[in-house]
Design a binder for this molecule. Structure first.
Ligand code: PEP
Length: 251
């Protein structure tokens, strides 16, 4: 049985005050809803403060990105060890904004995945196609590549520390949501890819989140789809009332 996993990616939003208010609302919501896992991914500069605000709570803390190197001459970068040091347990890797805006390749995503797992961080590995790729019938090939290349060289044991997020790029921040059927098909496909890469047991235990304009009014329908085990939420995770409504969705 996979526990629902609801995660809020704050991207480059909030300030000190609004981050504190938001995390307090999320913490209270997670206390009310003990049958789901909850995580937040604030901007780097607020992680330390958020870790303190979340001490002793059920809400897990993660970062939105990290460097593939351990330390050294990497101006402006943040290592996995630094994230652990300030209390992070997770990191999102391969987000479409990193891939498409900042040019991250599958090889770089893979290096980051391995560095994160080696440091003891759990990973949310994102996979998803653009509108053009979907229209060109490339959806399965693209998400398959994101998974296979993203997880290259990752042992089965380490793969147990990976959550997959299916995030169709055309649905991120656009208000467009994949229909439950579209999302369900890709989730089933991805689980098959995981079974091929590892084994059926690993595929059955891995949580696959959906991400792309998840909101309080569509979360219930999406979460009712077989194979959708949670959500990676952007815009709707920035307001306490909408993210708490997502956490406390009616199942
Ligand atoms: C995201 O940033 O991963 C995301 C899914 O954003 P949004 O919910 O705003 O579409």
């Amino acid at each position: 049985m996979r526990r629902p996993f609801l995660a809020g990616n704050w991207k480059m939003n909030t300030d000190r005050r609004s981050a504190s208010d938001l995390v307090a609302a999320v913490r209270a919501s997670a206390d009310r809803r003990s049958d789901v896992d909850v995580a937040v991914f604030p901007p780097f500069v607020y992680l330390d403060e958020m870790a303190r605000a979340l001490a002793g709570s059920r809400v897990r803390l993660g970062a939105q990105n990290m460097c593939d190197a351990d330390s050294g001459a990497h101006t402006g970068e943040i290592s996995a060890a630094m994230l652990k040091d300030v209390g992070c347990e997770l990191v999102v890797l391969g987000h479409s904004e990193r891939r498409h805006v900042y040019g991250e390749t599958d090889a770089l995503v893979n290096a980051k995945v391995k560095a994160a797992l080696a440091a003891g961080l759990e990973v949310i590995l994102c996979a998803g196609e653009t509108q053009e790729e979907r229209e060109g019938g490339q959806t399965e090939a693209v998400v398959r590549r994101h998974l296979i290349e993203g997880l290259a060289g990752v042992s089965r044991k380490d793969a147990e520390c990976v959550t997959i997020a299916y995030e169709p790029v055309w649905a991120i921040g656009t208000g467009l949501t994949a229909t439950p059927e579209q999302a369900g098909q890709v989730h089933t496909y991805l689980r098959g890819v995981l079974a091929g890469l590892y084994d059926q047991e690993l595929a059955d235990m891995t949580r696959i989140q959906y991400g792309g304009s998840v909101k309080p009014d569509n979360v219930k329908e999406l979460m009712s789809v077989e194979g959708i085990d949670g959500a990676l939420v952007g815009g709707a995770a920035l307001k306490g009332d909408s993210f708490t409504a997502i956490i406390e969705f009616d199942n």
